[in-house]
Design a protein around this ligand. Structure first.
Ligand SMILES: [Mg+2]
Length: 376
């Protein structure tokens, strides 16, 4: 089948409540949705999440990259689910001029996958078969006061989540983790995410103090790509360090291993460029004895929630999985059924053709703040 049309919609879906961390205060989802149409009448949906402080992308740069670089590569191309791997690798963006277009690539890649799978009347689970019976999600607590962290942790305790991540800054990180540990009890696995907010000195001091609360890992403690400092911190703490903003590509992964700077990777589909590049980083992690989690961007819609579910079930050995918040965070999702997790963080496997969710076009129209159609 051939791709005969590609549409881009930048969405703004309000959150039920604001989400905050040290780099951003967020009140709505700003995903970019790509819709592709084939000459056989099939429609595929993909999603990317531009984050200026992560990949350097904006809605504007995503639109420009899709229009100017990706669309000319795929318009009128024959696609087929059996050749999709080849197509995915071909779409790996050139790292020219140090620019990164991972969210744009993820949006187009996932739309192509959805369309080609539907064309063959098969589902994502057919090309990425599940190794797990279900996926278990972590809860994530937004940055705030110890009191607000305690309240949120108590809510997560009531739905019996076993893994919780807390967003922390410089000033009250220790108090917030103490509050979370008190609310969650001794059994729950707690990790922290500093979102690049600490200096090396602060990181050493804070992580030393956090030892007593049994924190299982610390994500992005230092400014991104400070490999030497990260290696020094790793020597100074027994808490495993996880790379997030520092990990956009296989080259980043290699640099961290070369510097012996990291224990864990946070692999997020949009941040890493989609399914193809994310699988390459996981392959690299396994070969280098680096553990990893499957992360998500705050405010992902049903599209990335569903793909993330398939992906986590397929890889099978992620230490933690985030995402699938759906209508726990969004006032409305864009699928008939929002694939959010339930009690104990359990997300059931998703079946059905394509990525397995029924997208409601009227919801995309309702929340779209920018629409563009591309045709050959
Ligand atoms: Mg993070």
């Amino acid at each position: 089948m051939k791709i005969i049309k590609l549409s881009i919609d930048a969405l703004e879906i309000p959150f039920i409540e604001r989400f905050r961390h040290s780099l951003k205060d967020r009140t709505f989802s700003d995903s970019v949705i790509v819709r592709v149409e084939t000459d056989t009448g099939h429609v595929g949906y993909g999603e990317g999440v531009p984050r200026p402080y992560v990949t350097g992308e904006t809605v504007h740069s995503v639109v420009q990259h899709i229009t100017g670089v990706l669309w000319p590569q795929i318009s009128n191309e024959m696609i087929h689910s059996r050749s999709i791997v080849e197509l995915l690798m071909r779409l790996v963006p050139l790292s020219n001029l140090g620019e990164n277009h991972n969210a744009a690539r993820c949006a187009v890649e996932t739309a192509l996958i959805d369309a080609s799978l539907k064309g063959d009347a098969i589902g994502l689970h057919d090309i990425l078969p599940a190794r797990l019976p279900f996926v278990t999600y972590s809860g994530v607590i937004t940055a705030g006061s110890p009191k607000s962290v305690y309240k949120r942790a108590s809510q997560l305790k009531r739905i019996a989540l076993n893994h919780v991540k807390i967003k922390v800054g410089v000033h009250n990180a220790i108090e917030c983790v103490a509050a979370a540990r008190e609310a969650l009890g001794e059994q729950v696995v707690i990790r922290v995410d500093a979102n690049s907010s600490w200096s090396l000195k602060e990181a050493i001091e804070i992580l030393h103090a956090l030892n007593r609360y049994r924190v299982s890992s610390c994500e992005e403690p230092l400014p991104a790509r400070e490999w030497k400092q990260l290696a020094m911190l790793r020597q100074a703490t027994s808490i495993p360090l996880m790379a997030d903003e520092s990990l956009l590509s296989i080259e980043d992964a290699q640099s961290m291993v070369d510097h012996q700077a990291i224990d864990l990777f946070n692999i997020r589909l949009s941040k890493c460029g989609g399914i193809g590049p994310s699988l390459r980083i996981i392959d690299f992690a396994r070969k280098n004895n680096i553990g990893y989690q499957i992360g998500a961007h705050v405010g992902e819609t049903a599209i990335l929630s569903s793909i993330g579910r398939h992906f986590a079930a397929y890889v099978g050995d992620a230490q933690f999985v985030e995402g699938s918040y759906g209508t726990l965070l969004l006032t409305e999702d864009i699928a008939r059924t929002s694939p959010r997790f339930g009690h104990k963080g359990v997300g059931r496997l998703i079946k059905g053709h394509g990525i397995g969710v029924k997208i409601l076009e009227e919801r995309i129209i309702k929340y779209s703040v920018l629409h563009l159609d591309l045709m050959p």
